[in-house]
Design a binder for this molecule. Structure first.
Ligand code: TRP
Length: 379
């Protein structure tokens, strides 16, 4: 039995990637690519999906393809271990989406909690673009086209994985075994699953303007951390502080290592000690923010350096994306062939069927000849 796994994940190219992407996914990707039991690792730049709510501004999507590719590479994704490709350049994905759309009802699409949320956020309630409502189906194609086993993503993608598996099951039920069910892989650290924004809002998101970007420089990080939301009830240093829903603590939980305490904050040995002290009272917000800024900058500093190197040769990154997209298209075409067979749209390769039809036509012709001969004799 072949235990090697196929992994696929993706990002919408609507901006540079941020700390939420980093702790929720990118950091994991870098670890995953080292694993021996990985057969293929696809990282998709989801431009088609980005267009479902950015169709009014395609230039923005185009601009950000390179930003996302640079962020992946800067974080340490290896060109040899992972295939970073562009969704729109793999036509097989569009074809699968079309077939899958027949297997999903509009009411099911309207129940997808992530999409529902986004529709509200974007004020689409009155007129939802059909492409937006159906993007989970397109995402199912992204995943199923490559025989994916594992999808490493953040928590907000759970409804997409669920819908993907529903589509896989329905297809298999109607047409025979074709697709594997996939598993999603969440980050182990709970805080990393859904990083809030610097303003304390539930999600770090470009559209909410509450992000720390992976490529932010040291000063920008310092500034952003300084103005971060903390515990609104923690007015004086001596007051007991709350660490739940406190983004400074959530970021620390997601990022900090014991070494960081040794290096920058030796008053405490580890995160739990700091947390206890803050909850008791006596630890100031300014102090923990300064610590957090150091931790973030320490994490991002080698990433910034690598990014600068990659930025020197942009055309080679486009060449890599082109080659990888071709490879992805080749991989997906294997699955699409099977799907075409199951859906009886394999007209030009089903030779047996053509032969059978020919025989049936021949028989009809013969019958007619016989009839003519019979009638001729009767006269
Ligand atoms: N929906 C994902 C996001 O918003 C991006 C994405 C598109 C994706 N296709 C995918 C993620 C396939 C994992 C697998 O971040």
């Amino acid at each position: 039995m072949d235990d090697k796994k196929i992994l696929l994940t993706g990002d919408r190219p609507t901006g540079r990637l941020h700390l939420g992407h980093y702790v929720g996914s990118l950091r994991n990707r870098v670890e995953l690519q080292k694993r021996e039991d990985i057969d293929k690792f696809f990282i998709m730049i989801a431009d088609t999906q980005a267009l479902t709510d950015n169709y009014g501004n395609p230039a923005k999507v185009k601009d950000n393809i390179i930003q996302v590719a640079l962020d992946d590479l800067a974080c340490g994704i290896s060109k040899d271990k992972a295939c970073i490709f562009i969704q729109s350049q793999v036509p097989e994905l569009f074809e699968l989406t079309c077939y899958f759309l027949d297997l999903v009802t509009v009411s099911r699409l309207e129940r997808n909690p992530t999409v529902k949320n986004e529709i509200q956020q974007k004020g689409f309630e009155e007129s939802i673009p059909a492409g937006f409502l159906t993007y989970p189906v397109s995402q199912a194609s992204d995943i199923l086209a490559f025989d994916t086993d594992i999808v490493p993503v953040g928590e907000d993608q759970a409804p997409m994985i669920e819908q993907t598996n529903e589509i896989a099951r329905r297809f298999n039920y109607l047409y025979g075994d074709t697709f594997k069910e996939v598993k999603m892989l969440l980050p182990e650290n709970r805080s990393a699953c859904r990083l809030p924004g610097t303003d304390g809002k539930s999600k770090m998101s470009k559209s909410l303007n509450n992000c720390i970007y992976i490529s932010d420089d040291e000063n920008t990080v310092n500034q952003k951390v300084k103005t971060m939301f903390t515990d609104p009830l923690h007015l004086r240093v001596e007051d007991p502080g709350h660490t739940d829903n406190n983004p400074v603590f959530i970021y620390l939980d997601a990022l900090v290592k014991d070494e960081d305490f040794k290096m920058y904050y030796s008053k405490f040995a580890n995160f739990n000690q700091l947390k206890e002290a803050y909850e008791k009272g006596g630890v100031g917000d300014v102090e923990i923010k300064q610590f957090l800024a150091k931790v973030i900058n320490n994490t991002l500093s080698p990433i910034r350096e690598r990014r600068k190197e990659f930025e020197k040769d942009i055309s080679s990154i486009y060449r890599m994306l082109e080659e990888n997209s071709k490879r992805a298209s080749f991989e997906a075409s294997k699955k699409v062939k099977q799907v075409r067979r199951h859906l009886s749209v394999d007209y030009f390769t089903d030779y047996k069927f053509i032969e059978k039809q020919q025989k049936a036509f021949n028989k009809e012709h013969r019958d007619e000849e016989n009839l003519k001969a019979y009638l001729a004799k009767k006269k």
